[in-house]
Ligand binder design. Structure first.
Ligand code: SF4
Length: 382
């Protein structure tokens, strides 16, 4: 584990960055919302586009730097509006290049985001909630208990906070909603965030470069597939209701049959690419019979399977990772059944940034308070 160097600022500085104010938060607004906001100030609609570009091209957080706006308007915006700049409390970098960011929120809560660089892509895994109420037995986030939904500004604050810390010639190319929490519980804010990420006059991330991971909330899955055709990653992790009821209590509400009926509907109508995420846990869900049942489920919706060797963590001491031979056998069984099956390269497990390992527990609250404000980048006139 290596800590990234970070300039140190005082606790009062962190507090001032996270302070709740009565100001209007611009990162909560889509471009349409911004037009309405500027109309309410008797400003022409093109102001929305100008400010939108400052926010999402120049990654600017200071109204006074928005030099193509009049001084009068910049001063007014400083008085009545805000742009969330989440304080970075801690950053770690894995030996494999994965970076984990701990951000502070205005109410003292903390969330984690993970950047996974590879040759062609920079994939950002962002959190949707503080904690999670769905209580999956194997998940570290679940040990935080039910928390709260993130605002749109807190979603975008993660994206922009990490973007500002990338080298000048790099950008985030892919986004996965696989961090802390269940994104489909936070549907309204998720839709506004997707609108902002995909807006072609801003960040312009292609919909097929965005993946939403869900434990399988069926009504919300249908609504998502109707409105935004992104990639789906379904946290399946079991092949019988008995197993899944035990591992993922949400299965008692939406069982495997109901989930796959819903997925068939989503993938037929919008041709959404679906991946089944399957965490392999020793002696729990890694038998040959499990592989046969999983192959059948995958074929029923033309899904590919992503096998995730269990990442052990203190929140679920009874679960273990299967042996390498057992993992290979499981994958071979799937491939013999003509299922496209990959084994996820475990990234960042030396810094607990791997799948199912994100959590901020009370006993870990003594994190280094090395918060710092990232420099704005790409300052160009808009
Ligand atoms: S696996 Fe996902 S849905 Fe389940 S408890 Fe963890 S964060 Fe929540």
């Amino acid at each position: 584990m290596q800590s990234q160097p970070a300039s140190t600022v005082s606790e009062s500085s962190i507090a001032s960055q996270t302070e709740t104010t009565s100001k209007i938060e611009l990162l909560n607004m889509t471009q349409e919302d911004l037009k309405g906001f500027f109309a309410s100030l008797n400003e022409p609609p093109f102001r929305a586009k100008q400010v939108f570009k400052w926010l999402y091209h120049a990654l600017e957080t200071d109204f006074m730097e928005m030099t193509n706006l009049s001084l009068k308007l910049r001063t007014k915006l400083t008085q009545i509006a805000s742009i969330t700049d989440l304080p970075l409390l801690h950053e770690q970098q894995s030996q494999d290049g994965t970076r984990k960011f701990l951000f502070g929120l205005h109410d003292g809560a903390r969330i984690e985001s993970v950047l996974i660089p590879d040759e062609k892509r920079n994939t950002l895994c962002i959190s949707s909630q503080v904690g999670c109420a769905l209580a999956c037995k194997f998940c570290y986030t679940a040990t935080m208990g039910p928390g709260r939904n993130l605002t749109v500004a807190e979603y975008m604050g993660q994206f922009l906070g990490v973007s500002r810390r990338l080298p000048e010639d790099q950008r985030i190319t892919n986004v996965v909603f696989m961090g802390m929490g269940e994104p489909l519980v936070n549907l309204k804010n998720l839709f506004s965030t997707l609108d902002l990420l995909t807006d072609d006059s801003g960040l312009n991330i292609g919909k097929r470069r965005i993946t939403i991971s869900t434990a399988g909330l069926c009504p919300q899955l249908l609504e998502l597939s109707e409105k935004v055709p992104v990639r789906l990653a379904i946290s399946l992790h079991a092949t019988t209701d008995e197993q899944r009821d035990e591992l993922m209590p949400i299965n008692k509400r939406y069982n495997i049959k109901k989930l796959f009926e819903t997925l068939r509907h989503c993938s037929t109508k919008k041709r959404l690419p679906v991946t089944l995420e399957y965490t392999l846990i020793d002696q729990v869900n890694d038998s040959d019979a499990d592989a046969r049942r999983l192959a059948k489920l995958a074929h029923s919706i033309h899904a590919k399977v992503n096998l995730i060797p269990y990442n052990e963590h203190p929140g679920a001491p009874d679960y273990k990772r299967p042996s390498a031979a057992r993992i290979e056998r499981f994958r071979d069984n799937l491939q013999k059944a003509h299922v496209r099956a990959t084994k996820r390269a475990t990234r960042g497990d030396d810094i607990s940034a791997a799948c199912g390992q994100l959590a901020i527990l009370a006993e870990e609250s003594e994190v280094p308070t090395s918060a710092f404000k990232a420099p704005s980048r790409r300052k160009t006139k808009r």
